[in-house]
Design a binder for this molecule. Structure first.
Ligand code: ARG
Ligand code: GLU
Length: 723
């Protein structure tokens, strides 16, 4: 009796702690209702309305979605933007050549005239966010199946969007939250003339590369600068030489006073995707089945690519960006498995589920609605497991073999021709051609053959025979089960990976091109792999996925109803969010305690002359030797990065880190290794986001790059020194 009471008290304390932990990616328009008190108790000195308001200017007016994949911050009244080096990397790479190697040497525009336009790049401001749940769910009943439900909601949302009053240049979109239990509408404004202003060399902007990626302590100056250009009337406009620097509604003040342990921080941005409310069975699958499978495939791919990059300078340049992107998730998943395991996330979820079940069982009405929910979920996840694994095998393998990607695009061209005739063919060709030909500059058949040989063996042997393309099985048998021989046959005709031959093929009249495309073995193979996947995996699992989606939505709704003392935030979905917490180090493992801040001394300790990852530019070494830090240093040292408890994820790159007054103190760019499982399970004791100190950014701009003209645009403040 006593023991159970103790356990009960223990559990209540756990829940109470959970409420007080700094977990969460909150909706900015709900901060006043849900978070303001807590934020103030952590030290915030401004109000929720200073962060988000639709009636007056607020901080949200200085935070933009950058290209749809990162976040950027407006930091001057001339539309200057700050984001990460890795967010601006594509733009930096596009303007680089052997003669003007901005990746290696950095780039700094000396005046507006030198700022470089980037076709396709855009930034989006959030004008307003409205709750449209009632209208979206109008007429939806529990008797509908998933498809009926979704089509009614789609219809409702179409009407909602059509009825919105918006000004010229504004757009509207709607999004589901809490697994489709709530819906919000976003009015946005998108600017499409975004010019590159500056970037440090990679030896600063990507210092430590893959070795340091996802790891604390970190010493990377991961930033780059862009500028929004607008029409002469200050409205959004496509690129034009006539455009002028945009005058924003709001820009961030920049604090020169730095951070101390325990300081309040918040991170404002566009986190991409999280899954915080999964059933324990789903988490266990990610930990033991899906992540390990994806890691194993990428491990093979990375080993192969790395082997060639080390031997061949040309391949090293060609594959740098591909390698980094394959490596980024590969490394993160390993941290995720480690973190889920060490924190016993599955056990914690189970304890939570037990409490949930107890409450549901105790209430007859709840029990009628939710009594079997957890069981049903566990059962469906078990049924889905082999399909989920097959999906991971298929997508991971096919996406690593570029020949299959090319073949798949051409195969789609054939399908379009057969369905929509010449006109459909021409349209599709126009949209894929630049991409297909463009990728040839970064393609090496030598690398791709090895990838094919190794990964097709995984595809054919690591999964049940019915998931494997019968055509491949036949060809393999004919080749005496020799993967190398099969690879030679598939790659024998080089047309698909020779830029000139491919261009020639695309010049043929549609009927002729289609006839030729069908003869390529790679095209026949991918077509058969796709069909097999559709017949054996996608088709049979479609209903299971519908059932799972419905159960997850119900479980989300049930948690909101049953776990009343808990505050819920919706999973990330690339919409604007605020995370808050405090500057703090962490205990990484037994006997290892990390500080919250790194310094330039640490850059020099990591320095390896001429190294691919850890070289340091001469000018930076000189500044370090002279301790020439200007107003940006602190007690004779130069702070570089710091960490805090803000709950962030991919997409939060480039997000501003703000102090208690809403001043910019840092730029978010990564998370610490031990806590990368926070997309699934957040643990305040080890989950840390990594930011580059804004003073390091300004030091590099001013002292290293001599681009003081940019600092002059900014509004620098001293909130702590109160001068
Ligand atoms: N891990 C960070 C993110 O998820 C940084 C990635 C870029 N840096 C790198 N070394 N690959 O995007
Ligand atoms: N580097 C990530 C990004 O590009 C942010 C790090 C994270 O996943 O938290 O968004």
């Amino acid at each position: 009796m006593k023991l159970t009471r103790l356990i009960a008290i223990g559990f209540l304390m756990m829940i109470a702690q959970a409420v007080h932990a700094d977990e969460g990616m909150w909706l900015p328009q709900l901060l006043s209702k849900l978070n303001e008190d807590r934020m103030k108790s952590l030290g915030m000195k401004i109000s929720a309305a200073d962060i988000y308001s639709i009636n007056k200017g607020s901080l949200k007016d200085a935070v933009v979605s950058f290209g749809g994949f990162c976040t950027a911050d407006v930091i001057s009244s001339k539309g200057l933007l700050l984001t990460n080096h890795h967010c601006g990397f594509d733009a930096i790479q596009n303007h680089s050549s052997i003669e003007k190697n901005y990746i290696r040497d950095g780039f700094w525009a000396k005046d507006y005239g030198q700022e470089i336009p980037n076709s396709g790049l855009f930034v989006t401001f959030i004008v307003r966010i409205d709750d449209v749940s009632a209208a979206a769910l109008k007429g939806v009943t529990g008797l509908m199946n998933e498809r009926e439900r979704q089509s009614l909601i789609d219809k409702n949302l179409l009407a909602v969007r059509a009825s919105v009053k918006k000004e010229e240049g504004q757009d509207v979109f709607t999004r589901g939250f809490f697994e489709g239990n709530q819906y919000y509408l976003f009015v946005t404004e998108t600017f499409r003339d975004i010019r590159l202003v500056g970037a440090p060399p990679s030896s600063i902007g990507n210092f430590g590369k893959d070795t340091d990626n996802w790891v604390w302590p970190r010493h990377t100056g991961d930033f780059s600068m862009f500028r929004i250009y607008a029409s002469k009337n200050n409205t959004a406009a496509n690129y034009s030489p006539e455009n002028v620097p945009y005058t924003p509604k709001r820009s961030l003040n920049i604090s020169l006073d730095g951070v101390s342990k325990g300081d309040f921080t918040m991170v404002f941005g566009f986190p991409g995707r999280t899954s915080e409310y999964l059933h324990s069975a789903a988490v266990e699958q990610i930990r033991t089945v899906n992540d390990p499978a994806k890691i194993a495939i990428r491990d093979k791919a990375l080993n192969i690519i790395d082997g060639f990059m080390r031997k061949d300078e040309q391949i090293k340049i060609q594959y740098a960006s591909k390698y980094a992107s394959i490596q980024n998730a590969y490394k993160k998943w390993q941290g995720e498995v480690l973190g889920l395991t060490r924190t016993d996330a599955v056990g914690k979820k189970k304890a939570y589920e037990n409490e949930f079940q107890k409450r549901v069982t105790a209430d007859a009405a709840m029990n009628a609605k939710y009594g079997t929910l957890l069981n049903d979920l566990a059962k469906q996840y078990a049924v889905f497991e082999p399909f989920g694994l097959a999906r991971d095998y298929y997508t991971e393998i096919v996406s690593k073999i570029e020949l299959l990607g090319i073949a798949s695009q051409l195969n789609a061209l054939v399908s379009t021709y057969e369905k929509n005739g010449e006109k459909g063919y021409e349209e599709r060709l126009k949209s894929i051609q630049p991409n297909l030909l463009g990728m040839m500059g970064e393609y090496s058949a030598t690398v791709d053959k090895k990838l094919f040989e190794s990964l097709m063996q995984v595809y054919a042997t690591a999964q049940p025979a019915n998931y494997v393309s019968p055509l491949l099985t036949n060809w393999l048998a004919a080749a005496g089960n020799n993967y190398e021989a099969l690879t030679q046959q598939i790659f024998a005709d080089g047309t698909l990976y020779d830029e000139a031959a491919l261009a020639q093929l695309m010049k043929q009249p549609p009927a002729e091109a289609v006839k030729q495309i069908k003869t390529f073995k790679a095209v026949q193979l991918i077509a058969n792999m796709q069909d097999t996947y559709q017949e054996q995996v996608q088709g049979p699992s479609a209903d299971i996925q519908q059932t799972l989606a419905a159960l997850q939505r119900t479980y989300m709704q049930a948690q909101l109803e049953v776990m009343k003392e808990k505050k819920f935030y919706p999973d990330a979905n690339s919409t604007m969010r605020v995370a808050y917490g405090k500057v703090d180090g962490y205990r990484a493992r037994d006997a290892v305690q990390y500080n919250y801040q790194t310094h330039l001394d640490g850059v020099m300790q990591k320095y390896i002359p001429g190294d691919y990852e850890f070289d340091v530019p001469e000018k930076l070494r000189e500044l370090y030797a002279k301790k020439d830090y200007g107003v940006y240093g602190e007690n004779g040292t130069m702070p570089v990065c710091f960490i805090a408890t803000n709950h962030t994820t991919g997409g939060n790159s480039g997000s501003p880190a703000l102090d208690a007054y809403g001043n910019l103190i840092g730029l978010n760019f990564d998370r610490a290794w031990e806590g990368t499982m926070s997309d699934i399970y957040y643990d305040a004791s080890i989950c840390r986001n990594i930011m580059v100190d804004i003073r390091y950014v300004l030091f590099i701009v001013d002292k290293f790059a001599d681009a003081g003209r940019l600092v002059k645009e900014m509004n620098l403040v001293h909130p702590k020194k109160k001068k």
